[in-house]
Design a binder for this molecule. Sequence first.
Ligand code: GAR
Length: 227
Amino acid sequence: MPTDADPSDSALSVQWPLAQPWPLHPPQRLVVLASGQGSNFEALVAACRSLSLGGQPHGGQRLAAQVVLLVVNNPGCGAEARAARLGIPCQLINHRDHPSRASLDDALIAACQQAQADLVVMAGWMRIVTPLLVQAYPDRLLNIHPSLLPSFRGLDAVGQALAAGVQLTGCTAHLVRPEVDAGPVLVQAAVPVLPGDDHSSLSARIQRQEHAILPLAVALAAARLAG
Ligand code: GAR
């Protein structure tokens, strides 16, 4: 067992649920939307480029996808710096320049269409999206959220879980529907709340699992579309 083994890994429910090995399809063009540090964005890029999944070996296959564009709404955010380091084009679409959520989503749709996105992944995108974006990418818009949905929707899901005193929380990758943090679940991972956990330690263990499930969710979404 590696020395950096994480107790949450034993609870990780990441299993490819189909009989066929992944990836199943020609490479998908991904546009990633991020507002903050961008660790999930980087995990997706890594899954497309390396023979592992969330840092864990996974059948020696790359995710059959390519991150063609990162969109950020916060100038100078960590995700922007990661894109520069990783050589991924990055476009700033600042929500402060838009008078409404619909106007912001129109700009997002234009950027995604320009990039010829097959799938759009909200990886720490901290803006509420409108039905415009959801309907522009039906069953092609994904979100990652740091709880076992439908528990703890909305802001600070980790803080909500700690305040509720649950012993088990986790993360969910799902298809997006117009309601906040709602839609068909693609993959979930369970993360136990350990004695002595604080916001920082629990967030870090949840994020480790997010990085593992998000690439799988992308592959599953592509598989669903292909029928
Ligand atoms: C992730 O933990 C993600 O689940 C959360 O923001 C974080 C972004 O981290 N998203 C939400 O809470 C959406 N409701 P990252 O920028 O390092 O990927």
